[in-house]
Design a protein around this ligand. Structure first.
Ligand SMILES: CSCC[C@H](NC=O)C(=O)O
Length: 136
């Protein structure tokens, strides 16, 4: 189901808890909401739709991919990025890493360890920050 994107910064500033198989509806809702917003979003975190769980979704080409309990396990090559967010006004500067390794579970709760680079890595870092209560 497509959900409203929150601007509630107090809620967005809370660290999210681990997701389980009981949270599949939230995974589906997050993917549906990203698909409905691909004209203005490249990624979403579950707390942006009011669910305080460690779930993100990222846009890779035409695919909206969920990642459950994502953790960045390696990062290298820092640079300064300027980013915006659907839940915030304006833009902010932050440090991102060009290369990252991420562990996560897919929608079947199968575990993966995968490397990402460049803009895809940037989106994942932005969304993982949200799961840790970091706005940008
Ligand atoms: C470059 S990372 C920006 C990610 C942002 N999504 C919000 O969580 C968005 O604009 O889709």
């Amino acid at each position: 189901m497509i959900k409203q994107i929150t601007h509630n910064q107090a809620f967005l500033s809370r660290k999210a808890t681990r997701a389980t198989e009981a949270d599949m509806q939230a995974v589906t809702d997050l993917v549906d909401t990203l698909k409905a917003n691909t004209n203005r979003a490249v990624g979403l975190a579950a707390n942006m739709i009011g669910v305080n769980k460690r779930i993100i979704a990222i846009q890779l080409g035409v695919l909206s991919i969920p990642m459950i309990n994502p953790e960045i396990t390696k990062k290298s090559d820092p640079y300064e990025a300027t980013e915006a967010c659907l839940s915030l006004e304006g833009q902010r500067k932050t440090t991102r890493y060009k290369n990252i390794e991420v562990t996560y579970q897919d929608q079947n709760f199968k575990s993966h360890t995968q490397t990402f680079k460049d803009f895809t890595a940037q989106i994942i870092q932005h969304e993982v920050d949200h799961t840790n209560g970091v706005l940008i």
